[in-house]
Write a protein that binds this ligand. Sequence first.
Ligand SMILES: [Zn+2]
Length: 106
Amino acid sequence: MNGYFSYKRGARTYLLAYHRPCVCTQVEGEHEWSDVCDRFPPVVAEIDGEEVEALSVERLMADRDTSPIVARGRLSPAKEYAYLVAKKKWDTDKRREKLSDLKPIF
Ligand SMILES: [Zn+2]
């Protein structure tokens, strides 16, 4: 099953992508593979936006703490996933930057 998921482990949430991006002659531009495609590209698996072995994500997809990412508003699940990954990276960068920029408290 292709899609985008979030996996909760303790206080942390990991973002998972398991999809089959395709470039072929049947649909214009890059798109998700479907029955109309005339090619069969490999699966791309990601955790938090970093490409990983497909098996790593397949294992997490079978876990009961994994749930599909639900698209909000006009965003597709793929765009919602991209947004959440970007937000998570930004939050992480921001936190690191703040710590190193802090002046001593005396
Ligand atoms: Zn295609």
